[in-house]
Design a protein around this ligand. Structure first.
Ligand code: ZN
Length: 244
């Protein structure tokens, strides 16, 4: 089974469509999504509709919960809060119910991988894991070989070797070795923050035990203009072209 893993779409329909177009050429059997379908971007409803069409497994992100009043958004930064309040107003009731229904964690069919938006230890705490020190306390919280995460919008792999050594690796192509364990952040489709503005997603090949990152060009200009037209904060439009 070849599985496309998408995260942090954030209402960016142009980025999502470009990724779906790209993965159609990757002989993917299945699409899963690690949450944050909405927030920041101008197209929360079309993005929900597309993910509901294509993704078999979807977990909730903090922005999904924020949009349906299931998490406290007072700790969101002011721009994120303004965008989530706008999203909460425009989200259609059917998508509202869908976002409410999303689980915090899921396991993939072969039990070798788990899916969560932020971290496996306390998913609802929405903790950010940027380095191996922060990742070290998370490996005890899941039994699968691999945990796929999003949330930071920054692709990176954390590798736990059989001898206990833990380190971070840049993600392009990764072979998942027996006896090793992994926390893999697949980056963001709709608002990348690793200085590469292209949409990010990963393809996980269960049989081959490989993970490959893809970066996809999309129409940033249109996505930015829609953000401005919706009356959302200008920095949310501008940041898309910087990938920050
Ligand atoms: Zn996010």
């Amino acid at each position: 089974m070849r599985i496309a893993i998408l995260s942090d779409i954030h209402g960016n329909l142009e980025a999502l469509e470009a990724v779906l177009e790209h993965l159609s050429g990757e002989s993917v059997d299945r699409v899963v999504c690690l949450g944050d379908l909405v927030g920041y971007g101008a197209d929360p409803n079309p993005c929900c509709a597309r993910i509901r069409e294509v993704a078999e497994e979807v977990v909730a992100g903090n922005h999904d919960h924020g949009a349906v009043a299931m998490t406290d958004v007072s700790h969101f930064n002011p721009l994120a809060r303004e965008a989530i309040e706008w999203t909460a107003q425009v989200i259609e009731s059917d998508h509202h119910r869908y976002l409410e229904s999303l689980p915090l964690t899921l396991g993939l069919s072969n039990e070798r991988a788990m899916l969560v938006h932020a971290t496996p230890a306390r998913p609802e705490a929405w903790k950010y894991v940027f380095d191996p020190v922060e990742a070290s306390s998370e490996f005890g919280a899941f039994t699968a070989q691999c945990c796929f995460v999003g949330h930071t919008h920054t692709p990176i792999g954390f590798v736990l070797r059989p001898d206990g050594r833990l380190y971070g690796v840049p993600l392009e192509k990764l072979r998942l070795e027996d006896g090793y364990r992994y926390i893999i952040n697949v980056g963001s489709v709709g608002q990348p923050r690793d200085s590469d503005p292209r949409a990010a997603y990963a393809v996980y090949d269960e049989e081959a035990g490989t993970l490959e990152m893809h970066r996809v060009d999309y129409d940033i200009k249109t996505a930015s203009e829609k953000i401005l037209k919706a009356g959302l904060p200008t920095p949310l439009a501008r940041r898309l072209s910087f990938g920050r």
